[in-house]
Write a protein that binds this ligand. Sequence first.
Ligand code: HEC
Length: 241
Amino acid sequence: MSHWFYDFLAALGYSHPLHPVLVHVPAGMSIGALGFSILAALTKQAAFRATAYHVAVFALAFTLLAIPVGIFDWQRFYGGAWFFEIQIKAVLAALYLLLIASAAVIGRRCLESKALPVLYFASVVTVAGLGFFGGQLVYHGFTPEAPVQFKIGRQVFDSHCSGCHRRGENILEPNMPLRNAPQLHDFAEFLAFIRNPRMPDGSPGVMPQFGSDRISDLHARELFDYLNFAFVASNRPASAQ
Ligand code: HEC
């Protein structure tokens, strides 16, 4: 149903999901509502209470937009598959809508209601959960799971490499993926490469240098072992991937 709209945006050059762009508004506004209601309690100024309420109504308006767009994104980018993160997000989104809509209804009757700060607070907690599971959805899988002996190497990969080499790919130089890279055969060669990365012709590329102040030799070894496990097909039992 919504495909023509995404196709239209893609024709204009925008092919990303829309939900992450929109959700910043309810998330930020919920934090704002809580912030202003705390300010109202501290300063006893009624104007802050009114601001908190107006901000919450704004959050509600954008939630009514963000939820259907989230459903469209889910259909478009995940084929409507009903997996764990989506289930949690559906429950949290329903809860968030209930909380922020209740705040809008109660505040309309009485801005002094003691329920309002509680609802603002609960909406911030819920929105944090929604953000966390949204992040899981997008970034999980960038860093493949591995048995516990690769834990340190996996953490080093997650914090230093996975941004550019998600899932063993290379987002900047697609023809030079990490998966099955020649440097993964020999540790000395690998260490020399991350200390001073080069393009195949020997010229410096875009990959940053990782000196021993950022990744110690010891951690580089752990990283090397993890990369061999995660991204060198011949090192893994067929059942592990
Ligand atoms: C800013 C993006 C970026 C980050 C972060 C990054 N790389 Fe790279 N990587 C590249 C690019 C671009 C290349 C292509 C060569 C170059 O630019 O020097 C590359 C090439 C490589 C290659 C050679 C692949 C081949 O097929 O020859 C290896 C191995 C590698 N990176 C490992 C790592 C490791 C390990 C880390 C983390 C410690 C890391 N990279 C972090 C962008 C990055």
